[in-house]
Design a protein around this ligand. Structure first.
Ligand code: GLU
Length: 443
């Protein structure tokens, strides 16, 4: 059947960033090896309905661009298979029923009382002595199999050849190998990828979600979207959380990653989630993004803040921000001067640039020039500002900054001609008049 790998998430409603990495590494391995990639939903623990359980997973995988070849296979559809294997273990004396107080009767597997070794794809030769471990519950009192049992039965039944999963399952592996031996099956090759730590050096935890959101660290795919990360940036970033291609190039397409991916290059030490790096990568991918696509991705961020807007205006606003943007959700603020109906003046900016002596006179002169211009375009605007700078023997900042504050309310905006052009002359002149009034009234 050839090489076969699987991604086997438990359906928790959304796709965790660690699961994205597990799916990605299995995907890269499968595509690199021309292997088959199976999606299996481990839903014997969850009381959700199937569609609901699947949606968070398939939405997340689709968003990340990760495709699979077989499945989804649901464990809840395969209870007969687990029951049959449980009977075999019972018949051979390797499993017995036990009354667990308060929990009912469970089927328990007698684990091997010895040291179990395996050649880990990532860690190399590995071994653990499980002789002191308790026996393993394989069927719970509700009749459902436990993770370790269903996982072994399925990996065998689906002819999985390589199991690539997180280090949190390292301790399960010798128990699972013990089950393979008892069922007289050959175990697959195991590889365990390192834990992902948060910037504090702690395991990523759903309980710190709010803190993570504040620093821009997405824990689940939904959060990646909400914060305005592009899928290709997240995938590239996650790929390097515990794997390295063996050269210094960090920005890689999925195809480049597929070509370079070998599990031997997965690190054995925990990976730390560095938000600054993700931000940097996202900025790089935003700059590379075709404007049409970036506009489509950006629209929800702008329209949720300011309501429906003309497509051309959104496109131009996005074009103006593309170079400096690190996350799409920044657009709500950085395009406020374009889409909000009223300017909010930053008192500090007004004090610094509009109140000093002479500032308003210069601004009034700019206004006159703009009003008299045939068409208000880049050349005309630059020529006008240049002429005023010359005539008054001053610096460009002393002419452009008061103008910027007058039309945007603050000191940061795209190049001044872009800023004026996207607003249009009527709005520009009205805002200058308004600014002159407020600044004047303070004197
Ligand atoms: N459902 C398990 C998990 O999500 C799968 C572990 C495995 O890959 O064996 O952690």
């Amino acid at each position: 059947m050839g090489t076969r790998v699987r991604f086997a998430p438990s359906p928790t409603g959304d796709l965790h960033i660690g699961s994205v990495r597990t799916a990605l590494y299995n995907f890269l391995f499968a595509r690199h090896e021309k292997a088959t990639f199976v999606l299996r939903i481990e839903d014997t623990d969850q009381k959700r309905n199937k569609e609901e359980a699947l949606r968070g997973i398939t939405d997340g995988l689709a968003w990340a661009g990760l495709t699979w070849d077989e499945g989804p296979v649901f464990q809840s559809d395969r209870l007969d298979l687990y029951a049959e294997c449980a009977r075999r273990l019972e018949a051979s004396g390797r499993a017995y029923w036990r009354d667990d107080p308060g929990k009912g009767r469970a089927l328990v597997f007698r684990i091997d009382r010895r040291k179990i070794g395996w050649d880990d794809l990532v860690h190399g030769p590995s071994a653990r002595d499980i002789s002191a471990d308790p026996d393993l519950v394989i069927v719970k009192s509700d009749g459902f199999p436990t993770y370790n049992f269903a996982c072994v039965v399925d990996d065998h039944d689906m002819n999985i050849t390589h199991v690539l999963r997180g280090d949190e399952h390292f301790a399960n592996t010798p128990k699972q190998i013990s089950l393979y031996r008892a069922l007289e099956w050959a175990p697959p090759v195991f590889g365990h990828m390192p834990l992902i730590l948060d910037p504090d050096g702690e395991k990523l935890s759903k309980r710190k979600m709010e803190k993570y959101a504040n620093i821009g660290l997405p824990v689940v795919v939904e959060e990646c979207r909400r914060l305005g990360y592009l899928p290709e940036a997240v995938v590239n970033f996650v790929a390097l959380l515990g794997w390295s291609p063996g050269h210094d190039i960090e920005l890689m397409t999925l195809d480049e990653m597929i070509r370079a991916f070998t599990p031997e290059r997965i690190n054995t030490t925990p990976a730390r989630f560095l938000v600054d790096k993700l931000l940097w990568m996202n900025g790089m991918y935003i700059r590379r993004c075709a404007l049409d696509r970036l506009t489509e991705l950006s629209r929800p961020y702008i329209e949720s803040a300011y309501g429906p807007q003309p497509p051309e205006k959104i496109r131009e606003a996005v074009r103006q921000q593309q170079e400096r943007l690190k996350r799409l959700d920044e657009l709500a603020l950085s395009t406020r001067f374009v889409f909000a109906s009223r300017v909010e003046y930053d008192p500090k900016a007004v004090e610094k640039w509009l109140e000093p002596d002479g500032a308003r006179a210069l601004l009034a002169e700019v206004r006159k020039g703009l009003a008299a211009m045939h068409t208000m375009d880049k050349e005309g605007i630059e020529a006008l500002l240049g002429r005023i700078v010359q005539e008054h023997q001053t610096k460009l900042g002393h002419v452009a900054q008061p103008l910027r504050v007058a039309v945007t309310g603050g000191t940061v905006s795209p190049p001044i001609h872009d800023t004026l052009e996207i607003l249009g002359r009527d709005t520009v002149l009205a805002r200058i008049d308004h600014a002159l009034e407020i600044a004047g009234s303070k004197k």
